[in-house]
Write a protein that binds this ligand. Structure first.
Ligand SMILES: *[C@@H]1O[C@H](CO)[C@@H](O)[C@H](O)[C@H]1NC(C)=O
Ligand SMILES: *[C@@H]1O[C@H](CO)[C@@H](O)[C@H](O)[C@H]1NC(C)=O
Ligand SMILES: *[C@@H]1O[C@H](CO)[C@@H](O)[C@H](O)[C@H]1NC(C)=O
Length: 379
């Protein structure tokens, strides 16, 4: 039966390739275009915490680094600080709520914090590791932002976020990927698994600190399939046996660690729901959303799901740690092609738009809650 199914899917694959672009447009129209699906009755205010998956320019601002073309080539072509060819999931979320893109808290140029702030910084971890902007520090920055906004308001400044807006705001957390990756650099698999509770504990403290400040709406992303990232495949795989690969070519141990992290994060959300009166805590299964696209990439018109669009070295992963995207000698793939991975670590705008559309369907959320739950006024 299984073989028959496979043959059938092979036969229809050429057809689905042609209609896939249509699917793509349809998905965008249904789910991602501004105001198409989720609408707010009150001004949506969002605070986001995380790593490069949702960094809208924090790393760039803090370290004075600019990402030149081909970064940003698909959208917002000027220096926009995103480590992608275009928009991230968080940008599509904002569009769906008819809200402006989130300004990075660390950016002193042209920022507008009236609809919230983005504390995410590329490379961030729960525990301090690659840079100073670990989750505990991001939460301290938020608490300073909150106190400062209320103080300025009391002194007569306008256009600050109000106490009521802080209370009704959405608090998004998307972190953990770098903690797992960092662990795999110098720990054995069992040790990586043993360290997961320490990452979860930091997320728990973050949610409690925000809750104690008055926040009650949480949107918590789990972590994606780490073992499907071209960078990990090109660097970690070389050291390990081929039996470590799943049917789609992703690394089992890394994905298993991600799943273990996710199980513990889901359990934490469940526990917090029972402890936090009046709070809504939505757990979002980003892992399944990303894995689905990698496993069914041809159906969506995507090429080589395990290969970086912008990189060096060619197949199978097109990732070379000494010659990365951004190096003047590195060229990106044809802009007409849809790749899942932009530079071996981060996703393309095309992939992010599919991920966002899936998440906005609320099918991957526990409980099944629409993203606009925090700004819809129930009558
Ligand atoms: C979107 O926001 C703009 C102003 O920011 C407003 O004029 C417009 O009516 C809004 N659209 C929807 C569908 O809410
Ligand atoms: C890679 O192989 C080594 C030696 O066999 C093993 O100790 C380690 O756990 C493996 N790493 C991963 C990520 O599975
Ligand atoms: C760019 O790539 C070249 C060739 O691999 C390498 O020697 C050089 O160090 C790279 N430059 C940077 C800034 O990474």
């Amino acid at each position: 039966m299984e073989d028959e199914g496979q043959e059938k899917s092979l036969r229809i694959s050429s057809v689905s390739f042609h209609i896939s672009s249509l699917w793509y447009v349809l998905l965008l129209c249904l789910c991602v275009l501004p105001g198409a699906r989720t609408r707010c009755e009150r001004k949506p205010v969002i605070f986001n915490f995380g790593d490069s998956n949702s960094d809208t320019g924090g790393f760039s601002a803090a370290l004075g680094v600019t990402f030149k073309l081909p970064f940003g080539r698909a959208f917002l072509r000027e220096q926009n600080g995103r480590i992608s060819d275009g928009r991230l999931m968080i940008d599509f979320f904002c569009e769906s709520l008819n809200a402006s893109y989130l300004s990075p808290y660390l950016d002193s140029l042209g920022s507008d914090f009236t609809n919230g702030a983005n504390f995410a910084v590329a490379g961030a971890t729960t525990l301090r590791k690659f840079n100073s902007f670990s989750l505990d520090v991001q939460v301290l920055q938020f608490l300073r932002f909150r106190a400062g906004s209320l103080l300025l308001t009391s002194k007569g400044y306008t256009n600050q976020v109000s106490e009521e807006e802080f209370r009704n705001a959405l608090y998004i957390i998307d972190i953990g990927q770098n903690d797992l990756f960092a662990s795999f650099i110098d720990l054995l698999y069992e040790q990586v698994i043993q360290s997961i509770p320490t990452f979860i504990a930091v997320i728990k403290s973050a949610v409690w600190d925000i809750y104690k400040s008055g926040g009650k709406n949480f949107w918590i992303h789990n972590t994606g399939p780490l073992g499907c990232l071209p960078q990990k495949l090109a660097t970690i795989s070389a050291r390990n046996a081929t039996s470590d690969y799943d049917p789609y070519g992703c690394l089992f141990p890394l994905n298993n660690a991600a799943k273990q992290f996710n199980r513990q994060l889901k359990a934490l959300c469940q526990k917090l729901r029972s402890e936090m009166i009046d709070a809504t805590i939505v757990y979002v299964d980003v892992y399944s959303v990303k894995y689905h696209l990698i496993a069914n990439s041809a159906r969506y018109g995507f090429e080589n799901p395990l290969m970086a669009c912008c990189g060096h070295g060619g197949p199978p992963y097109n990732y070379d740690p000494t010659t990365r995207c951004g190096n003047s000698s590195v060229t990106a793939c044809d802009p007409g092609l849809h790749y899942v991975s932009w530079d071996g670590i981060h996703h393309t705008e095309a992939a992010n738009s599919i991920f966002a559309a899936s998440i906005l369907s609320s099918k991957f959320s526990t409980p099944h809650t629409n993203l606009n739950f925090f700004c819809a006024i129930n009558v």
